[in-house]
Design a protein around this ligand. Structure first.
Ligand SMILES: CC(C)(COP(=O)(O)OP(=O)(O)OC[C@H]1O[C@@H](n2cnc3c(N)ncnc32)[C@H](O)[C@@H]1OP(=O)(O)O)[C@@H](O)C(=O)NCCC(=O)NCCS
Ligand SMILES: CC(=O)OP(=O)(O)O
Length: 336
């Protein structure tokens, strides 16, 4: 059984309630239909019931009837969620009027359902930008205790089995923090190790990427990566991590041993931590599109409940896989 198949089997064995705020979006509806048909999760679709049912009928989707459909404009818990939002954001100037309008926004409503215990996880982003998906999640769900920074990782299924874990690598941060400082970058490395361990089930070997390997260049951007590597080791002394490393030194054994002799990670990395969002987001899309890799994510790490984003360029299969991953995260969080 391959990795995605085992993630799907775990989701089936302990069905979670996953809310899809983009309930009227075509790829989302098709993915929801498959999820329901295969019994992977209980699905909550947000949107107007009549238009969802009409669209499903036009598309020949026969399983949408098994979903719970909630209309953000008129739902029974509107007052309860409005009060909850005011309570959570009262120190940020949230008024009842503002909250009662925000609870009609599917992206806010989905987070409030999770916060209130009415859903276990959310996946959105086929239609909405990452910023719009993330903002309500950061405001309402917030970070896990002890974690300051939410970041986004991609599980990359590459065509190059000689690299990473039989071709599988984790890339981060590809989605959230535009310009992390050294401490934030260290925190991204620690969260990425946890994601690799919990979802891919292999020991993470983390390379902190740069345009320099072990002092080959001298620049403040290189200093940041070096400092982040040291801080990550302090945050978790068991981490297998090294930096700063260039991508070739991180991945290719012969280059790793010549540029970073003695490194336990060079040439063997399976987690690549990029120095900024610019490099991470561009990097994953290049490997996905030019290298024909399957990019599953962004899996958000460090959030107190499983909320995940999608690329607006996602396929039905991407949404289907991300629902299963979100369900696995929910199962993991309930166990801890
Ligand atoms: C994530 C993002 C939306 C947050 O920025 P923002 O909307 O300006 O929001 P703010 O900085 O005002 O922060 C809003 C809240 O989130 C928190 N926050 C912001 N970034 C955070 C992070 N990475 N981790 C944890 N909390 C974070 C803030 O502390 C703030 O909390 P508060 O309101 O309770 O005080 C923004 O950084 C962003 O757009 N990032 C890039 C996303 C993107 O386009 N990615 C590429 C495609 S995947
Ligand atoms: C993750 C990502 O890059 O999302 P989008 O393509 O929607 O901007």
């Amino acid at each position: 059984m391959n990795l995605l198949e085992s993630i799907i089997e775990r989701a089936k064995a302990d069905k979670q309630r996953i809310v899809l705020p983009e309930g009227t979006e075509e790829r989302t509806l098709r993915a929801a239909d498959l999820i329901l048909s295969n019994g992977i999760a209980d699905i909550i679709l947000l949107g107007d019931e009549q238009s969802i049912k009409e669209s499903a009928k036009k598309m020949g989707l026969n399983n949408i009837d098994k979903a719970t459909i909630v209309n953000p404009k008129e739902h029974t818990k509107k007052k309860e969620y409005t009060d909850l939002l005011v309570e959570i954001r009262k120190n940020k100037g949230m008024t009842f009027e503002k909250a009662s309008s925000l609870v009609e926004d599917p992206l806010y409503l989905a987070c409030l359902m999770i916060k209130n215990g009415d859903a276990d996880g959310e996946i959105a982003g086929a239609q909405n930008t990452t910023g719009d998906v993330l903002r309500p999640a950061l405001q309402i769900i917030k970070t896990l205790p002890g974690v300051k920074v939410v970041s986004g990782a991609f599980i990359m299924f590459t065509q190059t089995p000689q690299y990473g874990e039989n071709g599988i690598l984790l890339f981060a941060d590809c989605a959230v923090m535009p310009n992390p400082n050294a401490e934030e970058l260290a925190s991204i490395a620690v969260s990425s190790a946890k994601t690799m361990q919990s979802l891919v089930n292999v020991e993470p070997r983390i390379a902190m990427l740069s345009f320099s390997t072990k002092g080959s260049a001298d620049h403040e951007m290189v200093d940041k990566v070096r400092e982040a590597t040291d801080l990550a080791k302090k945050m978790d002394s068991n981490l297998l991590i090294d930096g700063e490393l260039q991508a070739d030194a991180a991945l290719v054994p012969s280059v790793g041993s010549s540029k970073a002799p003695g490194s336990l990670i060079a040439g063997k990395a399976n987690v690549l931590v990029f120095p900024s969002l610019e490099s991470g987001n561009i990097g994953y899309k290049l490997v996905q599109r030019l290298g024909n890799a399957q990019a599953v994510g962004p899996v958000l790490q460090g959030m107190a409940a499983p909320i995940n984003d999608l690329s607006r360029g996602c396929s039905v299969e991407d949404i289907y896989n991300m629902v299963a991953i979100t369900a696995n995260q929910a199962i993991g969080l309930k166990k801890n």
